[in-house]
Design a protein around this ligand. Structure first.
Ligand code: ADP
Ligand code: MG
Ligand code: MG
Length: 216
């Protein structure tokens, strides 16, 4: 059966933590060009706190037994442990994912898509970003469109998340010429053009982590 288990969701989060900490320096370099040079440390601190909270750093495995509990815990931890804009935004993303997933132990493709889309809705509710504002939205929205397009043509979760990762990378790359209209980078006006958006870059890592985990 083509479903994503709770253990795979935990493995996704662990892989995301690994990727943001490996690329901490790069994310911070991107944020130093158009922000305040803390996106790498914000994401690493947040995801390290998440993995401590959800218990996989201990031998006894994960504490949450239901998907909504898991994501509620992830979201609350990000909101409370990350000072920057990205904490509340990613935090709201996971809180909304949890609410939509509900008290289940697995997600099929449609449920995964619905949860991720609710997460994107949370990012928009919180940050009011639209397409082309040069934010994490510009990687996340195309990723979810690609995921849905793949599922609609009979793709399984592995294929669909690989398509989502591809689209997230393309969306990330497309932020380079944009002029930022949200967040700190917007203070730079035209000078924000010519740099990748840090949050779109970490969002591409979020989908890389998902594709890696399900593709294993
Ligand atoms: P801060 O800007 O507070 O230092 P971070 O550096 O951790 O926070 O995160 C910056 C990233 O947050 C940006 O690159 C952008 O992708 C994202 N971001 C900022 N404001 C918004 C918003 N209103 N909506 C969506 N994403 C946003
Ligand atoms: Mg910053
Ligand atoms: Mg900051």
């Amino acid at each position: 059966t083509d479903t994503v288990s709770l253990d795979q969701l935990v493995a996704w989060l662990a892989r995301f933590r690994e990727l943001v900490s490996q690329q901490q320096g790069y994310l911070t370099e991107l944020d130093s060009a158009i922000g305040d040079a803390d996106h790498g440390s914000n994401m690493t601190r947040g995801m390290t706190a998440v993995m401590e909270k959800i218990g996989v750093s201990h031998d006894d495995g994960t504490q949450a037994t239901l998907v909504d509990e898991l994501f509620k815990s992830v979201g609350m931890t990000l909101v409370t442990s990350v000072g920057g804009a990205s904490g509340p935004l990613y935090g709201t993303f996971f809180l909304r994912m949890g609410t939509t997933a509900g008290p289940v132990t697995t997600l099929d493709g449609a449920a995964l898509s619905a949860a991720l889309r609710a997460g994107l809705g949370g990012v928009v509710a919180r940050g009011k970003a639209e397409a082309g504002d040069k934010t994490m939205f510009d990687a996340m929205a195309p990723a979810l469109d690609a995921l849905d397009a793949s599922l609609a043509t009979g793709g399984d979760c592995v294929t669909a998340t690989a398509a989502a990762f591809s689209a997230a990378k393309a969306g990330r790359d497309a932020t380079e010429p944009l002029v930022a209209r949200k967040g700190r980078a917007s203070y730079l006006g035209e000078r924000s053009s010519g740099h990748l958006d840090p949050g779109a870059t970490s969002t591409a890592l979020l989908f890389e982590a998902l594709a890696d985990t399900l593709g294993q």
